[in-house]
Design a protein around this ligand. Sequence first.
Ligand code: ZN
Length: 577
Amino acid sequence: MEYIVSARKYRPTTFQSVVGQSSITTTLKNAIKNNQLAHAYLFCGPRGVGKTTCARIFAKTINCSNVTADYDACNECESCKAFNENRSYNIHELDAASNNSVDDIRTLTDKVRVPPQVGKYSVYIIDEVHMLSSSAFNAFLKTLEEPPKHAIFILATTEKHKILPTILSRCQIFDFNRISIDDAVNHLKYVAQNEGVTVEDEALNVIAQKADGAMRDALSIFDQVVAFSGKNITYQQVIENLNVLDYDYYFKMTDALLAEDHKQALLLFDEILKKGFDAQHFISGLAGHFRDLLVCQDLATIKLMEVGASVKQKYAEQASKCTLDFLYDALDTATDCDFQYRLAKNKRLHVEFALIKMSRILTKKKTLTESDSGEKDTNTGTGNDSSVTTGTTKNKAAGDRLYTSKDTDQPVKKVRPKRTPSLKELAGGKIPGEKDQSGSVEEPQVEMTSGTNSGNANPFTQEELGKAWDKFLSTIERSNARLHSILHNHPPKLKADNGIELAVLPTQQNEVEDGKGQLVVFLREELKNDKIRLDVVVQKQEETKRKVFTAADKFKLMAEKNPALIDMKKKFGLDID
Ligand SMILES: [Zn+2]
């Protein structure tokens, strides 16, 4: 019997069976239902998430002569059969990665003029469309501007930012998500069942994680594991086969650090190295483990955990043993170690030192609290306190700015607990027992209900919006300088009905769309209003050009293109006039 790889064998043939892209398939189905087909679509997203598959299903469905009640292809009519057997003349695929010349595009556009013999539409799928040469792009643009009635183009790309704005503006754009671990695991389960393979849930979880959001990869890894271990797959086999470090090591390591047992930590690390794992791989994995523990501490953020139910319990248990402060400092040390790893001469010592540091976090905290009665502390561990000037921390300017607006005039003692909110902002959740504006201490239970799903709709003013906006800016200042600069230079406008308008330049649209989700979540939380919408309005180039008439405007525009200019301006204390 011919062996067919799972990724091909289980490739979805209807919208219904596409994994993890329900919002996209629904929109496409609705377009078919309402007979509102566009002439050009752009499918963006990472590799292996179903772009080409959806394009093929779409092509098949709009040519199906017997569409189901649910607006899916029937897979039975002559056209559907031709599609399924790869012999349909209504679909043309071009891989732009290998056919990117003007001539390739000309051959295609010549074909476009000819109407289809059977079926209603000719669908042209251009994969990896960002690979087209610029002259090929231009040649294609003409066809895209005036396509014949029967032609539909579906462009697919992993790199949306490389697509010319002239093309973007002519396409209906669909952004495909990475497949979530849950969706991937469920689909793998289905495939395993069909193949008569028994497999432990945790094993599937590891496969899904390794695939990093790409269903196609998940299925290939699954095939690989089946080839290696046969029809009965265990967690142990999978981590051996995929060379994944057993998460048990992270649990044991965290236990050792909590027990302040640096000897045990070093021994564990030695054991990991002896198993052939890379030290940096371990330290970044450990950082990920701390992140998961942190996320686990709050019901609002627990959904960010992407592990199976059985392990979740384990995480919850360990998380309950850790304080937020411990996790923060451990995460800080681990990410720092990871970051500096390449520069370190003695890599082993570099990681060992980080482990020793982490095993002393609790002791240090104790000493700190004891010396707290003193006027001024000379600590090194607590990073973000705006008033601590002696700290040897790397969170210099940006970290400080986070809280200076509120904290500068307050005495040191009161300032210290403020260090934690940056975590809250990082994790997007609330800290149990944290004081709210009215000064009362909320119970964790209360926070669960006041979380994202309760439907708050607090009215807010432009001024409050501005404050929340600035607060968001300070959280992304270091992590996303480009977005920071764009949002800084384009203040939001409050509109009716909880709407917020943000006008940006065409060149900034991608960045803003990418960061939009995070921003909206933040604003909703900050302004206690779950109805907030953010409308990104793209200004026409001419409008914006007219506005540049002062030197300050010019600087703004330049700084948007090159955020380093802002730092330079600050450093040299330059004035723009
Ligand atoms: Zn059909």
